[in-house]
Design a protein around this ligand. Structure first.
Ligand SMILES: [Mg+2]
Ligand SMILES: [Zn+2]
Length: 198
């Protein structure tokens, strides 16, 4: 049976966005985040982080730095009963100073290459799933699949947030933070394919 997932942006969604964060000591969970992740896990959602990491292409930190923080994040959450199914990242940039990452790829959000990869690798049904992020580029998957999404807080200009609040994108809603998005998701009836023939 296909699984349902929460596609999570990282910086600005799980942790406070500090430009090009890579040090564990700089990582700060946004209040309510771990409780929300635990509730979503308990409700049967796979948690999948998809993040742009152009700091690698810019030479601000290395892929090894990113992976060390990623490993720390997984272990920290696991110690609190929260299992991340997978994390995916894009290290590229079309005009990257670091030559090996200089490319126009299909994985840098708003491109949806990493979402498509996750959907394949974990047999995810997008129509049972949600994307959550603080930028519209985190929600592109909602425009081409049945995935629904939440735009968080005030990173985007007010005009874009207003459009979301007006319902211009039928599958994208506004929420103050991950905690609020999780509450709305958990209050929504879950479509269970196993029940659909009864
Ligand atoms: Mg973000
Ligand atoms: Zn990429």
């Amino acid at each position: 049976m296909s699984s349902r997932a929460i596609f999570l942006d990282r910086d600005g969604t799980i942790n406070t966005d500090k430009d090009y964060l890579y040090r564990i000591s700089d990582f700060e969970f946004i209040p309510g985040c771990t409780e929300a992740l635990r509730a979503l896990t308990n409700a049967g959602y796979r948690l999948i982080i998809i993040s742009n990491q152009s700091g690698i292409a810019r030479g601000y930190y290395t892929e090894a730095d990113y992976l060390a923080l990623d490993e720390w994040l997984k272990n920290t959450l696991r110690a609190q009963g929260i299992e991340l199914t997978a994390t995916y990242y894009c290290p590229h940039l079309p005009d990257a100073p670091v030559e090996r990452y200089r490319m126009t790829c299909t994985c840098r959000k708003p491109a949806i290459g990493l979402y498509e990869k996750a959907i394949r690798e974990w047999d995810i049904d997008p129509s049972l799933s949600y994307a959550i992020g603080d930028r519209m580029r985190d929600l592109e998957i909602c425009k081409s699949t049945g995935c629904r999404g939440f735009l968080l807080n005030t990173t985007e200009p007010e005009a874009i947030i207003d459009d979301v609040k007006k319902g211009i994108y039928p599958d994208i809603r506004y929420a103050a933070d991950l905690s609020e998005a999780a509450s709305v998701i958990l209050a929504s009836p879950v479509w269970d394919p196993a029940q659909s023939h009864s």
